[in-house]
Design a protein around this ligand. Structure first.
Ligand SMILES: [Ca+2]
Length: 327
């Protein structure tokens, strides 16, 4: 798609200049941008969007924030609920216990295609117990909440008077005003030798060199903000978007898409019949050898009820001045 590649990028300040940031959110002025993968990912081709101004949480939702939501509403996350046979067809009744997916480093080197070698369904793992029974979030009030499904994230956002960002909003915000850069801070992975995101260093999935200082989640403000003042748009935890996932979800890439909200339905050729939502931003498990998800144009997808130890979210809010056409 070379024509798109040379189109100029414009974060043009729009007429809807909302008041100063509030409620932990940052005003994203919107504009036109070329989004998509700089790695040539087939499910994230370069495409051009025009996005109206909106508000974006400055950070991922923290454990402390999620705890206030649970205290106020009594919300029970998907990971805390007993799965049904409809959720896990063919499972033994004894195996239908609440839990979530936890990263478990294998003892030996493994084929990087065998992702099941480092993911375990751990009974009792949930947002309060990120690594399962015996683990806790004590001292991690300012870490991103994890083990939240898309449905949990939507419930939180609704309670907070917010919503999940669209995928286009998320990526435009992540790029921080930069045009088609590899990383949310530019094209150099380690400016002045410093890691600017919580990802994986070393040989994945066995040896984590911990050069950035964090084996799992990091405090949401541990790394510098991007050009828009947003933290953690690269690495730390994956973040849910509102969009359904399809590998062809960006259309034909020829027309400028105005405030796209994603395809009408989901289809994942790798798992037909399972509706999935988009996740963005990568996590502390990303590394160049295995997962480039911490780069701003790349995507992941999971079913709406899936929870993992490296998945969280942040919220967005439409502009108060948004018209029906804009949102
Ligand atoms: Ca790390």
């Amino acid at each position: 798609m070379p024509r798109l590649a040379v189109l100029s990028f414009a974060i043009a300040l729009q007429c809807s200049q909302e008041p100063a940031a509030s409620d932990g959110m940052v005003w994203i002025a919107g504009g036109e941008a070329v989004l998509g993968s700089q790695n040539g990912d087939r499910d994230a081709p370069l495409h051009r969007v025009r996005v109206s101004g909106f508000w974006m949480d400055a950070t991922e939702v923290t454990n402390a924030e999620f705890a206030r939501f649970v205290a106020a509403t009594g919300h029970v996350t998907d990971a805390e609920k007993k799965p049904t046979l409809a959720d896990v067809p063919g499972a033994d009744e004894a195996d239908l216990v609440p839990g979530s997916l936890v990263f478990t480093p294998p003892p030996d080197a493994v084929d990087l295609r065998q992702f099941w070698r480092w993911w375990s369904y751990v009974p009792g793992a949930d947002w309060r117990h990120p690594a399962g029974p015996g683990s806790s979030i004590e001292g991690k009030d300012d870490h991103p909440v994890v083990h939240v499904s898309w449905r949990d994230a939507v419930a939180y956002a609704t309670w907070a008077g917010k919503r999940l960002p669209t995928e286009a909003e998320w990526e435009l915000a992540a790029r921080g005003g930069l045009d088609q850069k590899k990383f949310v801070w530019g094209d150099e992975q380690k400016p002045e030798g410093k890691w600017l995101a919580n990802i994986w260093q070393g040989t994945f999935p066995k040896n984590n060199a911990l050069e950035d200082g964090f084996a799992t989640t990091a405090p949401v403000r541990a790394f510098p903000a991007n050009g828009f003042g947003l933290r953690g748009m690269s690495g730390n935890v994956w973040e849910w978007c509102s969009d359904f996932y399809r590998p062809d979800g960006y259309g034909d890439g020829k027309a400028v898409m105005a405030d796209p909200t994603g395809p009408k339905d989901s289809f994942d050729p790798a798992e037909p019949g399972v509706a999935k939502r988009v996740q963005r931003g990568g996590s502390f498990l990303c590394s160049d050898a295995y997962c480039k998800g911490y780069m701003p144009g790349t995507r992941m997808k999971c079913s709406e009820d899936t929870s993992l130890c490296h998945s969280g979210f942040r919220c967005a809010r439409s502009a108060a001045t948004a018209t029906k056409e804009a949102r």
